[in-house]
Design a protein around this ligand. Sequence first.
Ligand code: UDP
Length: 363
Amino acid sequence: MNNILITGGAGYLGSHACLNLLEAGYGIYIVDSLENSSFESISRVNRFFKEKNKFADNKIKFFKADITNFEKLKIIFEHALCNNQKIIAVLHFAGLKAVSESEENPIKYWEYNVSGSINLFKVMELYDCKNIVFSSSAAVYGNNQNCPIKEDSSLIPSNVYGKTKKTIEEILTDLHFRKNWGVAILRYFNPVGAHHSGIIGENPISNKNNLFPIICEVAKDNNKKLNIFGKDWPTRDGTCLRDYVHVEDIIDGHEKALRLLLNSKHNLIKVNLGTGKGTTVLELINTFKKVNDIKIEYEFSERRIGDCGVLFADSRLSNSILNWKARKTLDDICRDGWRWGLKNPYGYIKNLEELDLSIYCEI
Ligand code: UDP
């Protein structure tokens, strides 16, 4: 069996990747610090998979550790070797991702995102694991780009978060050219929505800043109102425009990139994961209201500092290199995101269901 390590595997994207790769037949090792995520996501993924595959053995092994911890990462790779299960590739999601926090606390972001990644790469080198799919971001392009943004645009990130992602991209590019690593750098636009089953979804523990989880929050609580930041942007209705991609599509892009790396000797892939279409804040709200038949109260406020008006991808390169295309519509995004919100009004935190500890490995 092909074994893959997923860093940040209990998080929003990581847990969806875990379910997707399980269904595709991979064995999964997960490392996650659980600081911004919950073990319950993985417990649910395992249960869900086992309900559908009654006689399957456990294919997930979960390790609670921080990627900045060299010794613990080594133990995970060692554990795999001892079980004759070499880890052949890494999906690297672990990282801090709040833009405003990165501006307030740059050292924390450089240390966790960049030092943590270097630490991971050192251990990968030690265990001869030379394939990696990296979660990068449209933040590497910065705010002053012409849209749709192409991959060969100059990278001028506007915030510390984007700078850390750009730096990790550079390190990985060196590892490709100097050490023959297979590297897939996936630059996400705005991942949103939830798994169609409603069992896993986005569960921001702190820093609820992103639009989609806030829409869900306002939909749940009649006393809340959404603040729309600015109504004088140069867009069709004056509100900001972004490229929203269903989380299942984003993860499908990872699976395709992984397959490409594993099937070809060495490779370097740098692609956008976006739909190529922009949606304004008002359009997203109106779609959410329409498909879920629910009220969303909102009001306008000042522009948010650091925002840009228009950001959407040129998606042609990922279409041609990965044979990837976002399949889910904005309606699917709103429907699936709300299903998750309704089924899990408190996220994972206050659910009292029993955890599946059979996959939890103490280190
Ligand atoms: N936004 C908003 N109100 C909020 C949160 C976000 O109007 O409470 C807007 C924000 O100005 C941006 C868009 O929604 O134009 C998407 O914001 P998000 O933080 O989700 O993504 P990013 O700006 O990082 O692309």
